[in-house]
Design a binder for this molecule. Sequence first.
Ligand SMILES: [Zn+2]
Length: 253
Amino acid sequence: MIEKIEDIKRIELSQFKFPVNVYLIDDLLIDTGFPRTAKKLLSYLKNKKINKIVNTHGHMDHTGGNSLLQGYFRCRIYHYPAKRSYTVVEKLLFGNLKNFTSETPPEKINTDNYSFEILYTPGHSDDHITLFEKKKRYIFSGDLVLHGEAREVSRDVKIYRAIESLKKLRTLRPEKIFPGHGEIFYGYEVLDEKIGYLEDLGERILRLYEGGKSVKEIVKIVFGGERFPYFFIKGYFSCENLVRSYIKDPKSL
Ligand SMILES: [Zn+2]
């Protein structure tokens, strides 16, 4: 599925009905989808000119096409920090990621029509960046701003950092937010909603925890239990991860 927003293309790729966005802006590509959707992405991009790729973060649903596209276009790949390793569980879920060379992004990345500031926005993962187009007030926010309410999250999530990063994005007063999954958000009100929701959720979880409830009990009370009971997914992606992340002392993150 391809959607055009002015001259920005949102290319939606899916694996197991789980969609992810790749954005094409002049000769820049933001994220590259799953390893298993790489060929499909390349077949769409074949006649275009791609000189640079930016990964919003290293999760494999955002870096999966890196190797194939770099081989074809001989383009640079920016990822913060330049190198990342993957766990066995990630490889089981997404497939194996083939080699590519990447470098730390510069402070600014320009295309013919746009200029992007690269902002460090950890929380969803430690290696998460956001691209900010100042003139247009557009942000490409990877997985920091997602549709729906936070439930299952990966082990990489540090919730207090995520809330801080969301507040940082709020100060930019973006007009359009281009997320890593799903449709575009118009206006920055969604950031207020997300921040409010995450802060309220945190208060509720901490109250239960201080009242003597265990992590598993809190998962049941707040989320009605885990939806993915399979042990290899649960370790990586669960409500428990989110609850634990709230219980950790924000200063120790
Ligand atoms: Zn992610």
